[in-house]
Design a protein around this ligand. Structure first.
Ligand SMILES: *Cc1c(COP(=O)(O)O)cnc(C)c1O
Ligand code: SF4
Length: 357
């Protein structure tokens, strides 16, 4: 039986499960899971909404939802190639909370909060840490920077989850960004259509519509995440928000690393109005090694999809280069396996980067 407030996002946020005993009441953890939980949740918070938790199959130890949320032993292992900030987001930071790497677009971290903490998160160095909350002064400094920096044509609101902010704050940020003449469009990166779909309520979507066009990039990784609630969230975004909705997934071992699962996901997304945009190679962030799928396997999976599935359903397989080189396309023409296990890539500026996976 679902609670009477199930469809209220405030209730979902209030009722988030954040501790071992809370989660143990709902899905029983194995001895090994209990131990990993205690150790790993110290370095990166645990949180899940009742909604997202309800997608877990309690009888399946390998459930794709379970694996995305439960703290694991592997999180405590740091391989030599892994870093806290593999994409050097903190080094390309002209003002606090803004990463400006590519000339024409910048990411702005406007919230440090997510409803659900994904164990493979690239930003676990800062996401969930209360001292990362941006203050009003930092917002103004970032807005000044965008005003003064004429080559910024796109601002990407990210976090944390930017939709953790209040509707009035989101309205304010979109309004201020839209006032800047050289800003062509605004993008929002949010996982709430997946982890807290009720958040995409009519009131918020109507705010987005006021600031048309808003490009929303969400983050579905598995077909089980495409539920009736998510479908409704996307419908609100498209019909009430006049938003253009894209998806990025992370290729994750044991979760979505086969052509059948991805094909099912991509078709389910296109059916609800979402265009698959990127499939990301897992970043070399500390504690991620047990999620990593070798690039050569990722390429094979994409080769199994290309031609057999509609091009509209196909994302671009990319890697964000460790060391801050930006994204490179992954495919048979971009990547050559090497004997030594070290891979070499040329980025869009012609710079060479070496990576382990
Ligand atoms: C990924 C990323 C973007 C967005 O890149 P697109 O290819 O336009 O989606 C922008 N800035 C940074 C720092 C990024 O890592
Ligand atoms: S929703 Fe995004 S930012 Fe938040 S924990 Fe998951 S991957 Fe990290």
């Amino acid at each position: 039986m679902k609670a009477k407030d199930w469809n209220d996002w405030r209730w979902q946020l209030q009722e988030r499960l954040t501790t071992l005993s809370e989660i143990n009441e709902k899905i029983s953890l194995s001895e090994a899971e209990t131990q990993s939980f205690t150790k790993a949740s110290e370095s990166f918070s645990f949180s899940v909404t009742p909604y997202y938790l309800s997608l877990i199959d309690p009888t399946d130890a390998d459930c794709a939802i379970r694996k995305q949320i439960l703290p694991r032993e592997g999180e405590l292992i740091q391989l030599p190639n892994e870093e806290a900030d593999p994409l050097r987001e903190e080094s390309y930071m002209p003002v606090k909370g803004v990463t400006h790497r590519y000339p024409d677009r910048a990411i702005w971290y406007v919230s440090h909060v997510c409803a659900v903490y994904c164990r493979f998160c690239t930003r676990k160095r800062k996401v969930s840490h209360p001292n990362e909350t941006p203050n009003k002064n930092e917002w103004n400094l970032a807005l000044d920077y965008f005003n003064q920096t004429k080559n910024v044509r796109e601002v990407i609101l990210s976090g944390g989850d930017p939709l953790s902010l209040a509707n009035s704050q989101i309205d304010f940020l979109l309004e201020e960004l839209k006032k800047i003449p050289h800003i062509n469009h605004v993008r929002i990166h949010t996982r709430y259509p997946v982890t807290l779909p009720m958040r995409l309520e009519p009131e918020l979507c109507k705010i987005m519509s006021k600031h048309f066009p808003i490009y929303v990039v969400t983050h579905f990784n598995h077909p089980k995440e495409v539920t009736e609630e998510s479908r409704k969230a996307i419908e609100n975004l498209i019909k009430l928000g006049n938003a253009i909705v894209l998806n990025q997934s992370v290729l994750l071992k044991g979760i979505n690393d086969n052509a059948k699962t991805l094909e099912t996901l991509h078709f389910a997304l296109v059916k609800i109005g979402v265009k698959p945009y990127y499939l990301h190679q897992c970043d070399e962030v500390f504690g991620s090694s047990d999620f990593v799928v070798p690039i050569s396997d990722g390429i094979k999976i994409m080769e199994e999809l290309r031609g057999f599935s509609s091009g509209i359903t196909l994302p671009t397989y990319v890697k964000d280069l460790t060391g801050g080189g930006g994204k490179v396309l992954l495919g048979p023409n971009y990547f050559l396996p090497s004997e030594s296990g070290i891979h070499r890539f040329k980025n869009y500026k012609g710079e060479i980067f070496e990576t382990k996976h």
